[in-house]
Design a protein around this ligand. Structure first.
Ligand SMILES: Nc1ncnc2c1ncn2[C@@H]1O[C@H](COP(=O)(O)OP(=O)(O)OP(=O)(O)O)[C@@H](O)[C@H]1O
Ligand SMILES: [Mg+2]
Length: 378
C-alpha cells in the first residue's frame, strides 16, 4: 500500500498519542499523521489536505462526531474513509454515523493496533475502489458525449457536403457544354478561362467527395459493390475528369496497361476515388512541364496493382510514413499554394485496405514519386 495521509480528530491528547504510535509503528503502510484537537481545525484540515483516512472521536466538546462527519462530507465529494472512535459502544450511534457517511466504527476500549490497522486498510481500499468506479463512470459519460458530438458533426458535415455537391455538378455540367462548344463557338481565351473554371471546380468536387466518403466510412455506412469492369475504359473516363487540371499545368498523362489484362470485378466507384486522388496529387505536386504515367499490372492470379508515377517534387524518406494519415500535409508552403486538406491519401488507404488491398509509395525527393494500390481481380 502507498503512503497514507491520516488525520486524527480528537481532543484527548493521550488518545491522539496512542493512535499516532500505532500508526507509525505498523508495518503494513507508511503513515503521515496529522492531528486536530478541535472540530473546526479537523474540518479545516480535512478540506485542505488530501487525506486518505480520518480517525474521528465521537465526543468532542463543541460538536459530536456525527456532525463533524456530516460537515466533512459536505465539503468533500470524493469517497473518503472516516473511522469513528468512541468510548460508548452504542449501536444506535453506529447506525446513525454510518448513515452520515462514516465508513467504520470502533469502540475505544476494544481498540487494539490490529483492529485499527485492518479497519484503515479495508476502508481506504474500499474508497479507492469507489473512486476508481466513479472515475470510470465519469470517463464513460465523457466518451458517450464525445461520440454523440462526433456523430452529429459527421452528420452535419455530410449533409453540407451533399448540398454543395449538387450545385457544383450543375456548374461543371454547363461549363463543360460551353467548353465543348455545344452552346456556340468560343475563342481561345474563353476556352482557357473555362478550362480554369473546370479545373478549379474539379478540385472542389474532389474535396467535397472526399469529405463525404470519409464521413461515410467513419460511420460504417460504406458498402463495396464489385462489378465486371473494363479497367482501361474506366481509367480513360477518370483521366477525362482531371485532364483540364493537367492541361492547364502542361502535364502529359499516359496510361500503360499490361497486355491482355483481363476484365476484373471491382467496385468502380471506389477505384475511381483512389485513382482520382492519386492523379490529383500527381498533378498538384508536379511542376510543368511534367508527365504522369498510370500503370496497371497483374500481381497474382487474383490481384492486380495500380501505379501512378509522376516526375514531381518527390517526398523525403523521413516523410514517407506520415503520408497516409489523416490531415497530413508535408509542406505548409506547397499546400498553401495548392490547397487541399490532407484527406485524399487517408481516404485512399481506407478504401483499399477495407477491400483487402494495400497502398504505398516509392519516391525520390526532387525527382518524383510512384504511388501504388492493390486490388482483387475477382
Ligand atoms: N504525388 C505526390 N508528390 C509529392 N508529394 C505528395 C504527392 N502526393 C501526396 N503528397 C504529399 O502528401 C500530402 C498528403 O496528400 P493528401 O492527398 O492526403 O492531401 P492533400 O492533397 O494535401 O489534400 P486533399 O487530398 O485533401 O485535397 C500532400 O499534402 C503532399 O505533401
Ligand atoms: Mg490529395
Amino acid at each position: 500500500m502507498d503512503k497514507l495521509k491520516i488525520l486524527i480528530i480528537d481532543d484527548d491528547k493521550f488518545d491522539r498519542m496512542n493512535y499516532r504510535h500505532i500508526l507509525e509503528k505498523n508495518t503494513d503502510f507508511l503513515a503521515e499523521v496529522l492531528e486536530a484537537d478541535s472540530s473546526s481545525k479537523g474540518i479545516q484540515l480535512a478540506e485542505e489536505e488530501a487525506v486518505d483516512c480520518i480517525l474521528l472521536d465521537y465526543q468532542l466538546p463543541d460538536m459530536d462526531g456525527i456532525h463533524i462527519a456530516r460537515a466533512i462530507r459536505r465539503k468533500n465529494t470524493e469517497p473518503l474513509a472516516i473511522i469513528m472512535l468512541t468510548g460508548r459502544g452504542n449501536e444506535n450511534i453506529a447506525a446513525t454515523a454510518i448513515k452520515e457517511g462514516v465508513s467504520d466504527y470502533i469502540v475505544k476500549n476494544e481498540l487494539n493496533s490490529r483492529l485499527l490497522i485492518t479497519s484503515i486498510i479495508n476502508n481506504v481500499n474500499k474508497c479507492q475502489l469507489e473512486k476508481q468506479i466513479k472515475r470510470n463512470r465519469d470517463l464513460e459519460e465523457k466518451n458517450r458525449i464525445a461520440a454523440e458530438q462526433y456523430y452529429l458533426k459527421n452528420e452535419l458535415l455530410e449533409n453540407v457536403s451533399h448540398e454543395l455537391r449538387t450545385p457544383l455538378n450543375v456548374i461543371m455540367g454547363f461549363t463543360n457544354l460551353l467548353f465543348d462548344g455545344t452552346l456556340g463557338s468560343i475563342n481561345e481565351d474563353q476556352k482557357s478561362a473555362l478550362n480554369n473554371i473546370l479545373s478549379s471546380s474539379a478540385q472542389l468536387l474532389e474535396l467535397i467527395t472526399n469529405v463525404i466518403n470519409i464521413t461515410e466510412m467513419d460511420s460504417y455506412r460504406v458498402t463495396f459493390t464489385a462489378e465486371k469492369t473494363d479497367v482501361s475504359k474506366l481509367i480513360f473516363s477518370i483521366v477525362d475528369i482531371v485532364k483540364s487540371a493537367a492541361i492547364s499545368k502542361n502535364i502529359q498523362i499516359t496510361s500503360d496497361i499490361e497486355k491482355n489484362f483481363p476484365t476484373v470485378y471491382i467496385d468502380p466507384f471506389h477505384f475511381t476515388q483512389v485513382l482520382k486522388n492519386y492523379l490529383s496529387n500527381a498533378i498538384k505536386f508536379t511542376t510543368e512541364p511534367g508527365y504522369i504515367i498510370i500503370r496497371i499490372k497483374s500481381e497474382s492470379a487474383t490481384t492486380f496493382r495500380l501505379e501512378v508515377e509522376d516526375n514531381g517534387i518527390g517526398i523525403k524518406p523521413e516523410d514517407i510514413n506520415k503520408l497516409f494519415g489523416l490531415f497530413q500535409q508535408l509542406d505548409a508552403s506547397t499546400t498553401k499554394k495548392y490547397g487541399g486538406i490532407g484527406l485524399g491519401l487517408a481516404l485512399v488507404k481506407r478504401i483499399v485496405e477495407m477491400q483487402g488491398g494495400e497502398v504505398g509509395v516509392t519516391s525520390l525527393f526532387g525527382k518524383g514519386s510512384v504511388f501504388y494500390a492493390t486490388f482483387k481481380k475477382i
